[in-house]
Design a protein around this ligand. Structure first.
Ligand code: B4P
Length: 189
């Protein structure tokens, strides 16, 4: 199985590049952000709870997102592989993911990280906020908080995957198709 963690700060292009990787490799896309937003749209108790956190730019509790990923893995038993987009975001989530995959006798193949400077992230997210109305993209203070949460809680996961010799990094500014080519060359190296 090909199991990829697509990694990077908010606005780095994870969702954008996931769509292209899924098409090329026929993988199942698991985006915790998308799953949470669909819970919000459906008005579930989980969605209402998650919305409070997401609107402030802070992380939803580990047990909630780990449970969501566990049940998605169970409902996609025939998958050729997975793209984990926006998950894991904390050390506890990374450890839980390794355990969930080990139970299925598989493992993460690699972490692909998109490297983008803060100024560009802010520019992209404010633009998306204007176009989509996503509340967490509309306010510069919330965006700054998401970048801070990424730097403090999520960026350390680079070490987690480096220790497993699975960390690969790609520069994420420039033409979307060029960035995609660079990701593919890391997968196929
Ligand atoms: P996510 O939905 O994961 O949000 P994101 O990181 O902002 O999105 P993404 O990174 O996919 O956006 P993309 O770069 O593709 O999370 C939202 C919230 O959900 C979190 O703050 C948290 O509260 C919660 N959450 C999610 N997962 C969680 C977890 N595991 N644990 C706890 N909480 C969790 O796109 C950004 C924009 O850039 C787009 O408009 C795109 O068109 C543009 N873009 C992309 N590539 C470009 C390029 N090369 N050039 C120019 N623009 C580009």
């Amino acid at each position: 199985m090909l199991n990829i963690v697509l990694f990077g700060p908010p606005g780095a292009g994870k969702g954008t590049q996931s769509a292209k990787l899924i098409e090329k490799y026929q993988l199942v896309h698991l985006s915790t952000g998308d799953i949470l937003r669909s819970e919000i749209a459906a008005g579930t108790a989980l969605g209402l709870e998650a919305k409070k956190k997401m609107d402030q730019g802070i992380l939803v509790p580990d047990e909630v997102v780990i449970g969501m990923i566990g049940s998605k893995l169970d409902t996609n038993k025939e998958a050729r592989g997975f793209i984990f987009d926006g998950f894991p975001r904390t050390a506890a989530q990374a450890e839980a993911l390794d355990n969930l995959l080990a139970q299925k006798e598989t493992a993460i193949t690699m972490m692909l990280a998109l490297e983008v400077e803060d100024q560009e992230l802010i520019k992209r997210l404010l633009l998306r906020g204007k176009e989509s109305g996503r509340p967490d993209d509309a306010d510069e203070k919330v965006i700054a908080n998401r970048i801070h949460v990424y730097n403090t809680q999520t960026a350390p996961l680079k070490d987690f995957y480096t220790k497993q010799n699975k960390f690969r990094s790609v520069y994420g500014i420039g033409d979307i198709d060029e960035i995609f080519k660079n990701l593919v060359s890391k997968i196929e190296a």
